[in-house]
Design a binder for this molecule. Structure first.
Ligand code: FAD
Length: 685
């Protein structure tokens, strides 16, 4: 099953602008500001949960635009795409529709850390996202720039706690109210663009930044701490001007692997996929970087840029004389442009041309659009709850680059979760959190809200403690069932499919376990497999499947009567068998964290007067971040294991006291005499 064909772009524009001019409602449950990767997922998720939703974005034709590299997924990021898909988000299906070069990265390592990735056709991706939004019930899309938030004064009983009640469109033209607002303004908040020594206001080339009013309200009225980050993008190169015969050819996988659990194949047939090419920098590139440094304002700034996707200037300065990879990637099936990944740069355009011509395959290349840098404000994400709601402001949710992340996948994942929670908040349902024990999305959000960011944050598999359990192959079982049963963002079609898969896998695993044979009998059944076990030991089919040389197909052809019904799941069963032991080992640790996660820390705790032994520094960190659970507190930088024990004891003690009071037991005296810190409870770390 492949996603339905998207509507042509033109049709989307006509229908959206018609809706915009007829904006009937003046009140919505949820308003999402920004139609980038976070905003589109947020709007679609909020509507799926059941909220009347309005998406307001500066330019409708840029909805779903890939501002930088037209690619999706990769190591760590591919896991996020699969999880967004499992929660019924858009980007996985859009990637399958628009993909032109599919590959699984990290194949030399275990399948838990494989990174599904695809190079995309920009136009097709946008068309798909726009078409999906248009056909989403309860969602209205409007073109416009949000000038400011509508904010009520704090309630005298909750000092400092404002409530967001809607938005005002540019030029004071219209105010629209909503129970919750999701801000997903990306790099547009006080955005400045840099090329050479020229700086101009902008969120992206060709796009104005967000209004100053929005930044001012966040900073001054709502009192949020704001930081500044930067990123950059390479020049786009005219394809015909590049001699690709001088670069290495990189072929896609012979069998494309779809991102979406609903798609059994991609739109692009294996033979229609396009190659990518790999080239390298030369000493001439280093020379041009050095000669242009005094003309390059962006590189001279102190603001932090993306460490893992650095500009060519940063690479040359950090690793002088080193040969750097330059990937020459197609921008689409019919596009005349190439994207030179690895050559993000901000020097003047004439120097950019000199630099690219120092690379053999590009010795006569022409630049279509120069590279540029952008600096922007972000909101320090420790001010958010795990629902991505601003802690001190009711009804305001933030997602995407505004929270200090970089990347489409990180933005999409947060967008989906903020949209879900904004809708639940608006519909008076409790907000929900994802744990780092169940998803990479949980890891991402927990890292942001507990630790904050000091540089643009991107996902890596190494950030997840439970990689063996959080695999790309099982995201549907981890999230689609929960997404339907507990969260409300998953359709019944996807849910039914996940239930079918879960039941089939359980049956197949039971059938494999039931196949218990002695080693000598296994040898007879699988004569080509080298089995070194002791003579009379008995092994199950599931044990056998853990051997590198044993495939599910081999077992199914030896026992067709009980296994052939499950051939469709052969790869998933193999992976399940390989990681079974490891997952069982992790189970205890996961249960411990889940217990700690259930121990919530009251949001109104006065950390400065807690009668426990905490240093001033620890109190300040806890007061600033206000972790929502004990588990989140353990991950804060600067919080010692001893501090966690004291906190545990205190919260545990207060909980007991409260429970006793609730039961109306007359043991108040005993409780008063009890010293919270004196309990000798130690927490495993
Ligand atoms: P965006 O995709 O930026 O979307 C923001 C949306 O909000 C836009 O549609 C905008 O029009 C709209 N908007 C803003 N303000 C308002 C307003 N007041 N009213 C209405 N609408 C508004 N990622 C990487 O992984 N690696 C990279 O190397 C990389 N380089 C990048 C280089 C550049 C120059 C840029 C701009 C981005 C780069 N990215 C990179 C980042 C990637 O594009 C973003 O991380 C991702 O797009 C963020 O998604 P988002 O939804 O948060 O914001």
């Amino acid at each position: 099953m492949l996603a339905k064909k998207p509507l042509p772009l033109q049709s989307f524009l006509v229908q959206v602008s018609r809706r915009a001019s007829q904006l009937a409602r003046q009140r919505y449950d949820v308003i999402v500001v920004g139609g980038g990767h976070a905003g589109t997922e947020a709007a679609a998720a909020a509507a799926r949960v059941g909220a009347e939703t309005l998406l307001v974005t500066q330019k409708i034709h840029t909805i779903g635009a890939l501002s930088c590299n037209p690619s999706l997924g990769g190591v760590g990021k591919g896991q996020l795409v699969r999880e967004v898909d499992a929660l019924d988000g858009l980007c996985g299906r859009a990637g399958d529709w628009a993909g032109i070069h599919f590959s699984i990265l990290n194949r030399r390592k275990g399948p838990a850390v494989w990174g599904p990735r695809a190079q995309l056709d920009r136009q097709r991706y946008r068309e798909f996202i726009q078409s999906e939004l248009l056909s989403t019930p309860r969602l209205t899309v409007v073109e416009g720039s949000v000038e400011d938030l509508l904010v009520t004064e704090p309630n005298p009983e909750e000092p400092g706690r404002h409530r967001v009640t809607g938005i005002r469109l540019a030029n004071g033209s219209q105010s629209i109210s909503a129970s919750s607002v999701v801000l997903t303004t990306g790099t547009f908040l006080s955005g400045s663009l840099f090329i050479g020594q020229t700086t101009s206001p902008g969120g992206r080339i060709g796009d104005a930044p967000s209004s100053a009013g929005l930044s001012q309200t966040l900073r001054e009225t709502l009192g949020l701490r704001i930081g500044r980050l930067r990123t950059g993008t390479p020049p786009r190169i005219v394809k015909d001007s590049v001699d690709l015969s001088l670069a290495d050819v990189m072929l896609p996988d012979s069998q494309p692997t779809p991102f979406s659990f609903l798609n059994t194949h991609t739109r692009c047939k294996p033979e229609e996929q396009l190659p990518c090419h790999l080239s390298y920098t030369t000493p001439g590139v280093d020379r041009v970087v050095r000669e242009s440094l005094h003309l390059n304002s962006h590189i001279q700034e102190d603001t932090k840029g993306p460490r893992y996707c650095p500009s060519i200037e940063s690479r040359v300065l950090r690793f002088p004389g080193r040969k750097h990879q330059v990937w020459l990637e197609p921008e689409g099936v019919t596009s005349d442009l190439l994207y030179p990944q690895g050559l993000s740069m901000t020097m003047p355009p004439d120097m950019q041309l000199r630099l690219i011509r120092e690379i053999p395959a590009m010795h006569r290349a022409e630049i279509h659009t120069p590279g540029y840098g952008v600096q922007y404000d972000f909101v320090c994400p420790t001010q958010l709850s795990p629902a991505l709601q601003v802690k001190r402001t009711q009804g305001l949710f933030l997602a995407g680059q505004i929270n200090g992340t970089t990347g489409y996948e990180e933005a999409a994942a947060q967008g989906l979760w903020a949209g879900v929670n904004a809708a639940r908040w608006a519909l008076s349902m409790p907000t929900v959190a994802l744990s780092r024990t169940e998803s990479y999305i949980g890891v991402l959000i927990d890292d942001l809200v507990s630790r904050g960011v000091t540089e643009p944050y991107r996902m890596f598999t190494s950030r997840a403690e439970f990689r063996a359990s959080l695999r790309p192959d099982n995201a549907d079982l981890r999230l689609s069932l929960k997404g339907f049963e507990e969260v409300g963002c998953v359709s019944s079609v996807r849910y039914q499919e996940a239930v079918r898969v879960r039941n089939s896998l359980q049956e197949a695993l039971a059938a494999l376990k039931a196949l218990a044979l002695s080693t000598s009998n296994w040898r007879k059944k699988l004569p080509n497999v080298h089995l070194s076990e002791a003579k009379n030991s008995t092994q199950t089919g599931l044990n056998l499947l853990q051997y590198t040389e044993v495939s599910f197909e081999m077992l199914a052809s030896a026992f067709p009567e009980c296994l052939s019904a499950y051939m469709e799941f052969s790869q998933r069963l193999k992976i399940e068998a390989v990681y079974r032991h490891h997952c069982n080992l992790q189970k205890k640790e996961i249960e411990r964290i889940q217990r700690e996660e259930n121990m919530s820390l009251p949001q109104d705790l006065d950390y400065f007067s807690l009668p426990v032994s905490l240093s001033q520094e620890v109190r300040e960190i806890l007061d600033r971040v206000r972790p929502s659970t004990l588990s989140a507190a353990t991950r804060l930088q600067g919080i010692t294991p001893a501090a966690i024990v004291h906190l545990f004891n205190y919260v545990n003690y207060s909980g007991q006291k409260e429970r006793r009071a609730h039961r109306n037991q007359p043991d108040q005296k005993e409780a008063r005499e009890e010293e919270p810190c004196s309990q000798n409870v130690s927490l495993p770390r």
